[in-house]
Design a binder for this molecule. Structure first.
Ligand code: FES
Ligand SMILES: [Fe+2]
Length: 448
């Protein structure tokens, strides 16, 4: 664990207190029934950007709408659960609970990555239950500082000691010889459909989603330049978030708030006014955040003199224009990354209810960066940076959720710099029609 600077520690603990308080805050605003909420979203989504209004408060607060999202969005779409560098060797695994599903992401003896249910096929025990003082996971040993990462030869259910291979097949089960017709092959851990795209491991719960690689062929050309498949996760930090998942997605994808929330940090580097969105697409959103011209000139000079203007060494294979801006990508519904000329930052968003989500802020760099002699110092500095500016967002998102619950919540107007918020409305509305953006309506044009 990297030691944090004192001021950052103080801000983190203030944030944790605020999170605790927010989780108990009341819903005072009445919530309309689901069909009315869906109709209200559809009506926002049909306005042109110039007339756009904010998303109805119930989209962030209604239990009924959240359940609709789980069934019609999250179970049907691809959810990103890990990066390949987090389970580099056969037997390495990582656990997470996603939408109530206890999952293991594991690299098998055949090097394949699988996402398996942790629910034992015998009596439904979680084979690696978090908490309760269960003394470890049998044959598994923990890996690194993360309690949910480990290495093992096989999985052992702690209840009646059934064991499973890394691919989920039942290996052994004691005292089952009298169970008539029992066949071990029928009783493995349930596998979920998995696809690896650019090093990111995705899972699809209903097994029906179109292959990601097909849906993202256009994004692959652009995002592919960072070669995230060869990168390493170097920082992960978990946040308990007392707000709806869309509050975070919208906050991540619009840079209008640089003017307020990041007035001293990001705004001087990437002024809100210069940010812009590409044309609407069915599967993803792409925004550009150009750096201030004066800074670009300064950084180019610094780089010529052998410095690292962005914190880590610049990725030299990137096209020149990609060294002059930051970029945001959203793969619908909740895969978020921002790219810089030296790194990829990934936010793992795990919705937990209308008012809560878990977030993992994760940073990836090329392997060569981790071998740089000054890497430890760079890592300490950049960890602080990642936490500091995320704290600015935590403060905003926490307060926004309280606003959405209150009688005072109104539907405001959107700036053109909030095009991503409007695109999210168009995504939600399209899913409500059983379609995707730009498939059954003309695509919104690029802002440049
Ligand atoms: S519930 Fe897992 S072995 Fe019985
Ligand atoms: Fe922000």
């Amino acid at each position: 664990m990297i030691a944090l600077a004192e001021d950052t520690e103080a801000k983190v603990s203030a944030c944790e207190n605020a999170v605790g308080q927010s989780l108990t805050s009341q819903q005072s605003r009445p919530i309309r029934p689901l069909p009315e909420v869906m109709a209200a979203i559809e009506s926002c989504a049909s306005l042109p950007l110039e007339d756009a209004v904010t998303t109805p408060p119930e989209a962030y607060t209604s239990e009924e709408y959240y359940q609709w999202e789980v069934t019609n969005i999250f179970h049907r779409e691809w959810q990103c659960v890990a990066h390949v560098s987090q389970i580099p060797k056969p037997g390495d695994f990582l656990n997470l609970d996603l939408l109530g599903e206890p999952l293991i992401v594991v690299r098998g003896k055949d090097e394949s990555v699988r996402v398996l249910s942790r629910v034992c096929p015998h009596r439904g025990m979680d084979i690696m239950p978090p908490g309760f003082g269960h003394e470890g996971h049998g044959v598994a040993e923990s890996r690194g500082s993360e309690p949910n990462c480990g290495h093992t030869r096989l999985f052992l259910c702690p209840y009646h000691a059934w064991t499973f291979e890394l691919d989920g097949k039942l290996k052994a089960c004691p005292e089952m010889q009298q169970a008539r017709g029992f066949k071990r092959d029928d009783h493995g851990l349930m596998p979920f459909r998995t696809e690896i795209w650019r090093g990111f491991i995705f899972v699809n719960f209903d097994g029906q989603a179109a292959p990601l690689a097909e849906r993202l062929s256009e994004m692959n050309v652009d995002f592919g330049d960072w070669h995230s498949e060869d990168m390493q996760v170097i920082i992960e930090r978990e946040w308990d978030c007392p707000f709806n998942w869309k509050v975070l997605v919208e906050n991540f994808m619009e840079s209008y708030h640089h003017l307020g929330a990041h007035a001293k940090t990001l705004q001087p580097m990437m002024p809100a006014r210069d940010t812009w969105n590409e044309q609407e697409r069915d599967s993803y959103v792409r925004c550009h955040l150009p750096f201030k011209e004066a800074l670009v000139a300064e950084w180019e000079a610094m780089e010529k003199a052998g410095g690292n203007p962005f914190g880590f060494p610049t990725i030299q294979s990137l096209a020149d224009w990609k060294k002059k801006e930051s970029g945001l990508f959203l793969i619908y519904p909740n895969f978020l990354t921002f790219v810089l000329p030296d790194r990829v930052v990934w936010y793992r968003v795990q919705p937990m209810g209308p008012h809560r989500m878990k977030l993992l802020t994760t940073m990836l760099v090329p392997k060569s960066t981790t071998e740089h002699p000054e890497f430890p110092e760079m890592l300490t500095r950049e960890t602080k940076m990642l936490i500091d500016f995320h704290l600015e967002d935590m403060e905003m998102c926490t307060a926004i959720q309280r606003g959405m619950r209150s009688l005072g919540a109104q539907q405001g107007r959107l700036s053109h710099l909030e095009m991503s918020v409007w695109l999210m409305q168009r995504y939600l509305a399209a899913r409500g029609r059983g379609s995707w953006p730009a498939q059954d309506r003309p695509a919104a044009p690029a802002q440049r």
